[in-house]
Structure formats: C-alpha cells, structure tokens
Write a protein that binds this ligand. Sequence first.
Ligand SMILES: N[C@@H](CCC(=O)N[C@@H](CS)C(=O)NCC(=O)O)C(=O)O
Length: 217
Amino acid sequence: MAPKVYGVDLSFPVRGVLLTAKAIDLDIEFVPVNLLAGEHLTPEFKKMNPQHTVPTLDDDGFYLWDSHAIATYLVSKYAKNDSLYPKDLKKRAVVDRLLHFDSGIVFPRARGAFFPILFLNEKTIPEEKKAAIYEAYDFLESFFDGNSWIAGNELTVADLCIIPAVTTLGGIFPIEKSKYPKLLAWIEKCKTLPYFAECNNPGNDGLVAKLKELLSS
Ligand SMILES: N[C@@H](CCC(=O)N[C@@H](CS)C(=O)NCC(=O)O)C(=O)O
C-alpha cells in the first residue's frame, strides 16, 4: 500500500515532502486536508497526529508528522541510495543542521509573517518581522561557500525541505540579486529539478497570490 501523505500544497512543509517523494520516485497517496474547514481538527485526524499539523504521514499504520522527520524517514526507508540523506556522519550532521535551521528559523519566521495576514485579518507585516526574514536570507546566503546545493555539492533533503518556504517568502519579500546572488543561484538550480514545478508551483503560486491579495485589500 502506498504511503499516504495528508496535507495541502499551500503549506510549504507539505511541499517539501512532495518534493522528497518525487526525488526518490516513491508513489504516495496524497490526501487533501482542508485546514480552513478544520479537517485537521477532527478526532480522526488528531488520533493520527495530536499536534494536528500537515504534513502527516500514514505508512501502513505508522503515523509520523513534521515534514523533516517524514522526509528523512521516507529517504531512509524507500530511497535506492543514501545521497539525499547521507549515512556519512559529518555529511548527515550538516543536513540535520539545515533541517533544524528550517524548523527553527525559516518556518517560524515565515509563519510569523504570514499567519496574521491569512487568519487574523491583519493588513501589513511589521518591520521587525520583515527584518527577521531578511536576516534568514542573510544566513542562507552565507551557507553557500563553494557548494552549489545547500548542504554540499549533492542534492539532499535539506534543499527539498527549505526551498518551498524560500520561494514563497521570495514572492512577498524580494530577494535582490545584488545582495543574495548565491541564494538566487540556488533557487534557480532547484527550479531545474524535473519534478520541482509540479510539486512546488501550484501551492506556492496560490499562497503568494492569496497573500498579495490580502496585503493589498
Ligand atoms: N514543523 C512542522 C510544521 C507543520 C505546520 O505547522 N503546518 C501547518 C501548515 S503550514 C499546520 O498544519 N497548521 C495547522 C495547525 O497547526 O493546526 C513541519 O515541518 O511539518
């Protein structure tokens, strides 16, 4: 039975898992969850994931949430080799460091900027939240030091988990070429992945359009 991924592609963590599944050529069953309708708050959903977040994985009755945990689990279990999540201790540690950077810096800052616009009827993003996003861009720019992918010279789950949020952030907070040339080069490199557009663009474009509409209303 194909693993089930519960989610909605507007969510960047969900897109990270969709990219990972495609990267390892894994067939998954995508189960849409309408967050606005509260489908993640039902007793059935909370039985799988009491934290009621998407993405949530159901791998033959094994329930797992958090996109990073799901991505590394899927690669460890189903990938033909370890290139996306290397077994080499130091390479893996770098990937883990970046996954934690996504969980600890990129996602909360993006959520902090966007949640009040999407759900609390706020119309502007305060300067300190914008500054926090640009600081995250500064960190990301500094991570490229001769490496073309974010954790080295091979594509890893770190790229696949971080790129969805960065594309959405970039749609709202422009990433200037003069200041972030390496970050932009990496974004362009990610876009060349054959499955990138299919997994990332519909959700990304939908979320950016919704945010722009709400910010200008
Ligand atoms: N760190 C988590 C974040 C997941 C998360 O917060 N997802 C949001 C959508 S982007 C969600 O499910 N929100 C609904 C809720 O928290 O009730 C991950 O990487 O999976």
